[in-house]
Design a protein around this ligand. Structure first.
Ligand SMILES: Cc1ncc(COP(=O)(O)O)c(C=O)c1O
Length: 339
């Protein structure tokens, strides 16, 4: 019998590694008392995140993944005093990007104004600032950007904030920041900009996508509305136990991040060597722009490697483990696809 062909899921930017043993143990231990409700509101994870960041707990809101936190922030932005009322609120965001922004935006009654990326994959911040009108209720920008992995330096983020109305809610999405070589000083950014919140998640570098926990931080006034929207019992006991354990595991996390970077760089070098276009990435995925990238994605799908195609724009592939990198490069070499 022919063995079934493997299917590799490289389409959701999940970590290639399971939760760290100490985090898995904290989760397992929490599930042993799962007949009990977790904390009513997530004070424990909030305090752990605040201590990790050196912030006051009032500066932090916690939700069931970054997705839930974005939903609360957008709901709040659309309903705050001074938000546009005559027409639908508008959300400006560079595209392509994380699908969740448009999905949540539409769910919450927003019209979305997409703005372009530069050829290097970085959001065009001048276009983003220019897209803002009196109907704009919120702006979201990622760094590293999903799907390209491009990073915005602190100067560029400050330039964007200076170009935007200072009472317009801005979300800087740092879902992949742990992978970044030189992340901006986001605490300084939020200290200087009371309209800015920074979004983070335990789903990526911490390897806890299935546990569903993320957070945002900013000035107390910037997160107060999202905090009021925290859902009672919304953070599971497993997630509540995972957060402090994950934050404490600095060294093993750093080792995993280093391993991912090595694998990403090997994948990038291998793709370049066979003539595939690849943008430099500071996240756990690589982006192959243009029709060639899309075609590479289709070839990979044909051999069981699922990535993410962005129609008319390119193809994103999550970095997995060594065996998958070897399989991807081997499959592309065999089909001599990029040459
Ligand atoms: C840029 C970005 N933001 C936020 C998220 C949300 O992640 P989660 O809801 O798992 O925390 C993702 C997930 O892929 C993402 O790519």
């Amino acid at each position: 019998m022919i063995p079934p062909r493997p299917v590799y899921r490289c389409d959701l930017n999940e970590s290639a590694y399971p939760p760290l043993p100490e985090v898995a143990e904290a989760i397992a231990s929490a599930t042993r008392t799962a007949n009990r409700y977790p904390e009513f509101l997530p004070h424990g994870p909030r305090a752990a995140v605040a201590a990790h960041l050196g912030l006051d707990p009032d500066c932090v809101t916690v939700g069931a993944g970054g997705t839930a936190v974005v939903a609360s922030l957008l709901a709040e932005a659309a309903s705050r005093p001074g938000a546009p009322t005559l027409s639908a609120p508008r959300l400006s965001t560079p595209m392509p990007t994380f699908d969740g922004f448009a999905i949540l935006g539409r769910m919450l009654g927003y019209d979305v104004d997409p703005t372009p990326l530069h050829d290097d994959g970085a959001p065009d911040l001048a276009a983003l600032a220019a897209s803002v009108t009196p109907s704009t209720a919120a702006v979201i920008v990622c760094s590293p950007h999903n799907p390209t992995g491009a990073v915005l330096g602190e100067d560029r983020i400050r330039g964007l904030l200076a170009a935007l109305p200072d009472d317009l809610p801005v979300i800087l999405d740092e879902a992949y920041v742990e992978y970044c070589a030189a992340p901006p000083d986001s605490r300084a950014l939020v200290a200087d900009h009371p309209n800015l919140v920074v979004l983070r998640t335990f789903s990526k570098a911490y390897g806890l996508a299935g546990v569903r926990v993320g957070y945002a931080f900013g000035a107390p006034g910037a997160v107060a509305g999202a905090r009021r929207r925290e859902v009672p019992f919304g953070i599971s006991a497993a997630a509540q136990a995972a957060v402090p354990a994950a934050l404490a595991a600095r060294r093993p996390l750093a080792e995993r991040v280093a391993a991912m970077r090595r694998e990403r760089d090997r994948l990038t070098a291998g793709l370049v060597a066979i003539g595939c276009p690849v943008l430099p990435s500071q996240a756990n995925f690589v982006y192959l722009p243009g029709e060639v990238g899309i075609e590479v994605g289709r070839v990979l799908r044909g051999v069981g490697v699922l990535g993410r195609e962005y129609a008319g724009h390119g193809f994103r592939l999550t970095v997995a483990d060594e065996a998958v990198t070897d399989y991807v490069l081997g499959a592309l070499e065999l089909t001599a696809h990029c040459a």
